[in-house]
Design a protein around this ligand. Structure first.
Ligand code: GLC
Ligand code: CA
Length: 565
């Protein structure tokens, strides 16, 4: 009787589906698929061009699934490939339920999805939920008159006299308000004027956007990367943001985005999106720019009921190889209670090869950084090209800039073209990306920095990534082990243990340009064996199997070994 009652209550509250999806664990400890997966971000314009128009496409991605599989990728996040005027290269969506012809068709998408599935690779779509394109049918209707059916789907306000409704500036430069002369009101856009913000306080917008997620789940996608989640809500009173001294790189006054970002209402939407994701065994990844771990924590939700994977961008802010700084970041994230999501690069940030490199040892440093984020507890999200050590190729002349912020902010802000150049596949013209003219230039270094050449070189960055990912996939301690910091006062070498029951993996990263000697006492961690069995090292001098109490490290080298009781 009681059971029946409980069953009925669960059913009515819609709990059944949640319980169902949560039982789809990949191991007896309840881990979900995304906790053991390696994610890889693909910028579709730049990955592989199948029809030689110079722009990458879905069929191009499909042709590289074997490569992705053998690299060790389990899920790809494709940045927006929906119909779009491409003002922000796809982040201005004019139809959420279709594919832009430059990238292919829905049939191509379905084929990609099927082929990815047979490769064991899931697809994550990018959901641009804060704003649409100004060419979306919703906005065209919305701006057509003050009384149009969709007027309230966007943020329309009267000016203050002849001025904008308030002092908010767009993060891409200029006022965040654009006057629509036909209807005599301003609309709000946190990004470009061609990216009007949707009005998330309107239930019709909420419903329409939720339907979009269901539509893609039905097509088989495994989740979404939620674009710019911070920006969904704005202060209803439109209070002015506090102004700070000085001007930013676009010449606008510096402001704190107090009243137009990170409003608490965001979390209500995230909780609702999560319910739908759970019904579909899907994962939600967040573009969560947070200033510290306390902010990051909020995105997991008080009851782990918001984002499963809020991205931790804090590594991207550490601009030098500083073991104490990385140690602090890792410890903070590790103790936050959620499942960490480490990111080194993406399509908005200068490539990690350049950011962490010292100009002389960049190859070794790229391997070092790979070893760091691929051996930590949590799920890594890679960025295409990182695995071969692609560099930034920034435009040298303003007239060559494609990304509009690079024209507005030139020369201080050169835009994001540099980190979005075509993937370098081989040493044939245009690095094998296209036989047409690539939409962004391929740097000459492609002759040596490319997938085909690096596959042949056992010590290439690519082969280090492949080995690390292979190790990560089969090693229980790397997948699920605790993170235990070691030698915490060492200013040069970052070391830790990943400990899982009776097994442990020792990770030692020399972040300095000098050889280093390290010594570990692992007895307090329950591992009193004196030697480690080498699993991976980037040292020229070979395996270094060795003594845990006396390990010699070459400059910027990696040592990973298994230790036992
Ligand atoms: C996110 C995207 C970025 C885009 C912006 C506006 O930050 O990563 O590329 O320009 O949102 O959609
Ligand atoms: Ca193409």
């Amino acid at each position: 009787m009681f059971c029946k009652f409980v069953a009925l209550a669960l059913f009515i509250s819609g709990f059944c589906s949640t319980v169902f999806s949560q039982t789809q664990a990949v191991d007896s400890e309840g881990h979900q698929w995304w906790q053991h997966a390696v994610f890889y971000e693909i910028y579709p314009r730049s990955f592989m061009d199948s029809n030689n128009d110079g722009i990458g496409d879905l069929n191009g991605i499909a042709s590289k699934l074997d490569y992705l599989k053998s690299l060790g990728v389990d899920a790809i996040w494709i940045t927006p490939c929906y119909p779009s005027p491409q003002v922000d290269f796809g982040y201005d969506v004019s139809d959420y339920e279709n594919i832009d012809p430059m990238y292919g068709t829905l049939a191509d998408f379905d084929r990609l999805q099927q082929e990815a599935k047979t490769h064991g690779i899931r697809i994550i779509m990018d959901f641009v939920l804060n704003h649409s394109s100004d060419q979306h049918a919703w906005f065209i209707d919305s701006r057509s008159s003050r009384t149009s059916a969709k007027r309230d789907w966007y943020m329309w306000h009267d000016g203050k006299g002849s001025a904008e409704p308030n002092n908010w500036v767009s993060t891409f430069g200029g006022s965040a308000w654009t006057m629509d002369f036909k209807t005599g009101q301003y609309y709000y856009h946190y990004f470009y004027p061609q990216q009007p913000d949707l009005n998330w306080r309107n239930p019709a917008v909420h419903d329409a956007m939720f339907d979009v997620t269901r539509w893609w789940y039905k097509r088989g996608v495994a989740g979404f990367r939620l674009d710019a989640v911070d920006t969904l809500f704005e202060d209803p009173e439109l209070r002015d943001n506090p102004v700070l001294p000085g001007l930013n790189k676009y010449g606008d006054p510096n402001e704190t985005d107090l009243y137009n970002t990170k409003l608490p209402e965001v979390h209500v939407v995230l909780r609702d999106l999560r319910k739908v994701a759970d019904e579909n065994n899907a994962v939600l990844i967040g573009e969560t720019w947070t200033k510290d771990v306390n902010e990051l924590k909020q995105y997991y939700g008080d009851h782990s009921n918001e984002l499963q994977m809020p991205m931790d961008f804090m590594f991207t802010k550490v601009d030098r190889l500083s073991p104490p700084e990385f140690r602090r970041q890792i410890a903070a994230v590790d103790s936050a209670g959620g499942w960490p999501v480490f990111v080194l690069s993406n399509h908005d940030i200068v490539r990690s090869y350049v950011r962490y490199g010292d100009g002389q040892n960049n190859q070794a440093i790229a391997k070092l950084m790979a070893a760091l984020y691929l051996t930590l507890r949590g799920t890594p999200i890679m960025y295409y090209g990182e695995e071969i050590g692609m560099q930034n190729t920034d435009p040298v002349r303003k007239e060559d800039v494609k990304d509009p912020i690079g024209r507005v902010g030139w020369p201080q802000e050169k835009g994001r073209d540099g980190e979005r150049t075509p993937m370098q596949w081989d040493d044939s013209p245009n690095a094998g990306f296209t036989r047409g003219t690539p939409w962004l230039p391929v740097p000459l270094i492609y002759k040596t920095v490319n997938v085909a050449s690096e596959l042949k070189d056992p010590s290439s960055i690519l082969n280090v990534y492949r080995s690390l990912l292979a190790l990560r996939h089969q090693n229980r301690a790397l997948l699920d082990g605790d993170y235990v910091a070691l030698n915490e006062n060492d200013p040069n070498v970052l070391s830790y243990l990943r400990r899982y029951k009776n097994e442990a993996v020792l990770v030692v990263l020399n972040m300095s340009s000098q050889p280093q000697q390290v010594s570990f006492d692992l007895a307090p961690q329950g591992f009193d064996g004196k030697t480690a069995r080498s699993l991976l090292t980037t040292m020229a001098t070979g395996s270094q199997a060795g003594s845990v109490s006396h390990l010699s490290l070459e400059p910027f080298s990696v040592y990973i070994g298994a230790v036992s009781k």
